[in-house]
Design a protein around this ligand. Structure first.
Ligand SMILES: [Zn+2]
Length: 153
């Protein structure tokens, strides 16, 4: 059920983001015959509603994190370690662009330092969960764009 909500949320976010881009495209296209109010209505129905649905479905995924405990002493208090080994991947950077690469890096578990015993360990945060969702939305948008181009030909 949780996984289903997660997938549905990502799909809704993708639809919403796709229509946001579509509306911007229509607004920038001066030859477009679609009226301003038409774009506004489309924006509300196809962009804002799915995005609101996505937020509702994914909110708990981002805010309800499993309690992360220090593997050495079990302490719950921690601070950002600051010596992050970001998972930057040269090939990702090269082929998928800086946006994907930076989102991918941000979605990896972050290194933190236990305040009590100074152990360094990796954990998920709201930031890593949010970036993880955005990575999927971006992948789906790129896929949809590629499929749309195939059908145009
Ligand atoms: Zn500790």
């Amino acid at each position: 059920m949780k996984a289903l909500k997660h997938i549905a949320g990502i799909l809704l976010a993708t639809i919403g983001a796709g229509f946001v881009l579509g509306c911007i495209d229509v607004l920038l296209d001066r030859n477009s015959e679609i009226q301003g109010w038409g774009v506004a209505a489309m924006f509300i129905v196809f962009a804002l509603l799915p995005l609101a649905g996505a937020v509702a479905l994914l909110r708990r995924r981002v805010t309800e994190l499993p309690p992360a405990r220090c593997p050495t002493c079990g302490g719950g208090e921690r601070a950002a370690a600051g010596v992050l080994k970001r998972a930057y991947n040269f090939w990702l950077m090269h082929f998928a662009g800086w946006l994907f690469a930076s989102l991918w890096g941000a979605s990896r578990e972050q290194q933190v330092r236990c305040i009590q015993c100074d152990t360094l360990y990796f954990t998920e945060t709201r930031g890593t969960r949010t970036a993880g969702i955005m990575v999927w939305v971006l992948i789906l948008l790129v896929l949809l764009e590629a499929i749309a181009e195939l059908f145009e030909k």
